[in-house]
Design a protein around this ligand. Structure first.
Ligand SMILES: *Cc1c(COP(=O)(O)O)cnc(C)c1O
Length: 379
């Protein structure tokens, strides 16, 4: 069956008692056994819960994997994936990965003995040069945040296979509707389901998807042992959201393309970062490895902080907020918000300046979004 059909139906049917159309929420910590050796497939909610299983089956199908574990946040999904490695192991990641992931790697896991190199991953040669005899994993995040640099997934997995390395992709920005890293040779996928998979800005969650048994068992073990699984209610919310992923992504990116084209032509805009524009240096790679261009974009305005402030003040539709992937459009200022934890030097090195504004395009009508941003830019 096709993607949209699987999104609506896979895993959902969990009510053998009344045949409800939607999955019941099972708010229970424990499940009674029939006798000393048999239960109905669940014994304790940290280890497994029918509502969470419904979501896990659904996402497994959408990514084309073997197994999924739904976690309490995107960060806990990443924590689970990192437990595939042990002290002394070396991991290569991009130098423009999600800030929370950078903090977890450079601070928490470095403190526990893992080693990291952060390289410009849009150039596969730099990844190859960073591989040592201790390297075990390449961490892929594409497109990057906020400047929408792409990583050539297939080039990286080809490299990884030569050296027997595990590849893990954070697929949050694209969602499985627009990018399926398993098809390009990736071993493990993580998501912040907080973003497009849920899509309604009303829950935080994450997941780890694996495509073969051995890694699946290790991840499942860690999620249970560390207690990272999400609550039945949160699983239910994400499952509710996931059913409309396809149609939402279509609406998101239709509006994003319209906004990007308006921005590219606006006299008060210096540069637009959106892979759907032909002017994006990796537009062809985006066409090759993605099923669309997504709905995250950034732009540099003419001027600086004072002008940026006017844009935020004048806009009536875009909420001034971090996060992304919800039905409502958001706008934020990486300099003081999402990327404030980077040093000033690191921000400038990455290309983030006082001119940079990041936008998460929602599913409002493109005409309204274009009109609102256009008037906001007439500062
Ligand atoms: C938001 C995000 C995360 C972290 O997810 P949380 O649900 O906030 O814990 C990780 N990676 C990317 C790319 C994100 O956008």
């Amino acid at each position: 069956m096709k993607f949209e059909t699987r999104a609506v139906h896979t895993g959902v049917d969990k009510d053998s008692a009344y045949n409800s159309a939607t999955t019941p929420i099972y708010p229970t910590s424990t499940f009674a056994w029939d006798n000393l050796t048999t239960n109905r497939g669940f014994d304790y909610t940290r280890s497994g819960n029918p509502t969470r299983s419904a979501l896990e089956e659904n996402i497994t199908s959408l990514e084309g994997g073997y197994q999924c574990r739904a976690t309490s946040t995107g960060m806990s999904a990443i924590v689970a994936a990192l437990h595939l490695f042990k002290p002394g192991d070396h991991i290569i990641a991009g130098d423009d990965i999600y800030g929370g992931t950078y903090r977890l790697f450079a601070d928490v896991f470095t403190g526990m003995g893992l080693k990291f190199s952060f390289v410009k991953m849009r150039e596969p040669g730099r990844v190859e040069a960073a591989i040592t005899s201790e390297t075990r994993c390449i961490w892929i995040e594409t497109p990057s945040n906020p400047l929408m640099n792409l990583v050539d997934i297939e080039a990286i997995t080809t490299l990884a296979k030569k050296s027997n390395l595990i590849t893990i992709a954070d697929n949050t920005f694209m969602s499985p509707y627009l990018q399926r890293p398993f098809e390009l040779g990736v071993d493990v996928i993580v998501h912040s389901t907080t973003k497009y998979l849920n899509g309604h800005s009303d829950v935080v969650g994450g997941c780890v998807v694996t495509r073969e048994k051995e890694l699946a068992e290790k991840v499942a073990y860690t999620v249970n042992a560390l207690g990272l699984g999400c609550s039945p209610f949160d699983a239910w919310l994400v499952l509710r959201g996931v059913k409309t992923l396809g149609p939402r992504m279509e609406a998101h990116q239709r509006a994003a393309q319209a906004v990007a084209e308006m921005l590219a032509a606006h006299p008060n805009v210096e540069h637009v970062y959106y892979p759907g524009l032909k002017s994006h240096p990796q537009h062809e790679l985006a066409r090759k490895q993605q099923y669309g261009f997504g709905a995250m974009l950034s732009f540099d305005i003419k001027g600086g902080r004072a002008e940026a402030e006017k844009v935020f003040e004048r806009s009536k539709l875009f909420l001034l907020a971090e996060s992304l992937g919800g039905v409502e459009s958001l706008m934020e200022y990486p300099e003081t918000m999402s990327h404030a934890s980077m040093t000033l030097e690191a921000r400038r090195e990455a290309g983030i300046t006082e001119k940079t504004i990041r936008v998460s395009i929602g599913i409002e009508h493109p005409d309204d979004l274009v009109a609102d941003l256009k008037q906001a830019l007439d500062f």
